[in-house]
Design a protein around this ligand. Structure first.
Ligand code: HEM
Length: 389
């Protein structure tokens, strides 16, 4: 097989899924104008994610002294193993299951308010506050501080690419400093008197790899905001988009709620909220018959892999009970999403609440231009009709 340096231009159509289809067909591994590689096929995306030695997660090119304590998402072995081992017990399914009641209560509260309207912004009313409250609760943020916590999260997330690859905006720096100060004070308190929430457990956790330092704990708080907030918001907005585009699915869920878990898996595949991630090559390597030099930035497009016709039959159809469903929406390999159980639980509880309270739910506008942004749209107007009590 000859190794090529592929530089193929694919016109960017309005529908990103059409763009992904063209990429998979014409250039599943291709170099963009800015020198960054994009990877579109399921096979090659999986190959990148399963090989952290060749495709490093330490993507920022800043000198070590300029990097803040790396979070596990942007680190490689052995640091990644240490951080992941220290926190992963707190994400065990049994611990996450214990969050069910809290999530259900919060969702019910938001839904009871939402259903009094005929038209509302789904993001503001449900898709943003539900995940933010769950993470805030895990980190021991007091109820009265949640609004401020959300504003830090927004400022940091809206600037994520610059934080990683360039200079963070003054707003993001300020938000980061405020959040750090808030959590440092919490950590200090937790060292004096332990609490059973996630941050409390993390402060106490000690394994053969030692304890997490204050900096590592702060870095983990930041990571949860980035990794767990907007992504879950995207799962909720994506699910409602599906209920709108495939109206029979709401009826199917109502007549058979046991379909909710496979609906959520298929929603993750169909409109993947974490549409792409980043890696940097540590050596010259070959991917899908193409040569990628050492040191290049590589973007695995999970949203494209999840529509790959070589893996999924009728990939552009939403099949509510698709099985098997080997989607890569939570990634693959050593960085597989730590919060996957939690995200699934939140998605399922939201849908249970929809079928319990609503007769219909649909989008006001059919403009989906923002829907494919990382984390989904910042506003999504919906029409809804509550079920009669
Ligand atoms: C639908 C919602 C979610 C999606 C689609 C999602 C997706 C992902 C993906 C694709 C990765 C791997 C990225 C990579 O390999 O570069 C990841 C990692 C991660 N996610 Fe999620 N995530 C979601 C929700 C959550 C939640 C709710 C939490 C926690 C509260 C969370 C915590 C994490 C953490 C800590 C990592 C880093 C794991 C590591 O580096 O070992 N995620 N997520």
């Amino acid at each position: 097989m000859s190794l090529l340096m592929t530089e193929i231009t694919v016109e960017t159509p309005l529908d990103p899924y059409e763009g992904y289809r063209q990429l998979r067909q014409k250039a599943p591994v291709s170099k963009m104008d800015d020198g960054v590689w994009q990877v579109a096929s399921h096979e090659s995306v999986q190959a990148v994610l399963r090989d952290p030695r060749t495709f490093s997660s330490d993507v920022a090119l800043r000198p070590p002294e300029e990097k803040s304590t790396p979070s596990m998402l942007f680190s490689d072995a052995p640091l990644h193993n240490r951080l992941r081992k220290l926190v992963s017990h707190a994400f065990k399914p049994s611990h996450i299951e214990s969050q069910r009641e809290l999530i259900a209560e919060r969702c019910e509260e938001l839904m009871l308010k939402l259903k009094t309207y005929q038209q509302a912004d789904l993001v503001e009313a449900m898709a943003a506050p539900l995940p933010v409250t769950v993470i805030a609760h895990m980190l021991g943020v007091a109820d009265g501080d949640i609004r401020e916590f959300k504003s830090w999260s927004d400022a940091i997330f809206s600037n994520i690419a610059d934080i990683l690859f360039g200079t963070a905006s003054p707003e993001a720096v300020k938000a980061g400093e405020k959040m750090d100060a808030y959590f440092l004070a919490q950590i200090e308190q937790l060292r004096l008197a332990s609490k059973s929430h996630l941050l409390g457990r993390l402060v106490e956790t000690e394994t053969e790899d030692g304890k997490l330092s204050d900096e590592e704990l702060l870095s983990f708080c930041r990571l949860l905001l980035i990794a767990g907030n907007e992504t879950t918001t995207g799962l909720i907005t994506g699910s409602v988009r599906i209920l709108d585009e495939f109206p029979q699915t709401l009826q199917q869920l109502k007549s058979n709620p046991a379909l909710i878990p496979t609906f959520v898996e298929e929603a993750l595949r169909f409109y993947s909220p974490f549409s792409a991630t980043a890696r940097r090559t540590t050596c010259d390597t070959e991917l899908g018959g193409v040569l990628i030099p050492a040191g290049d930035l590589v973007i695995p497009l999970m949203a494209s892999a999840n529509r790959d016709e070589k893996v999924f039959q009728n990939p552009d159809e939403f099949i509510i009970d698709r099985n098997p469903n080997p989607h890569l929406a939570f990634g693959f390999g050593i960085h597989f999403c730590l919060g996957a159980h939690l995200a699934r639980l939140e998605g399922e509880i939201f849908l249970q609440s929809v079928i319990k309270h609503l007769e219909t739910i649909s989008l006001v506008e059919k403009d989906h231009s923002q829907m494919s942004d990382l984390g989904g749209p910042s506003k999504l107007m919906i029409n809804l009709k509550a079920l009669k009590e």
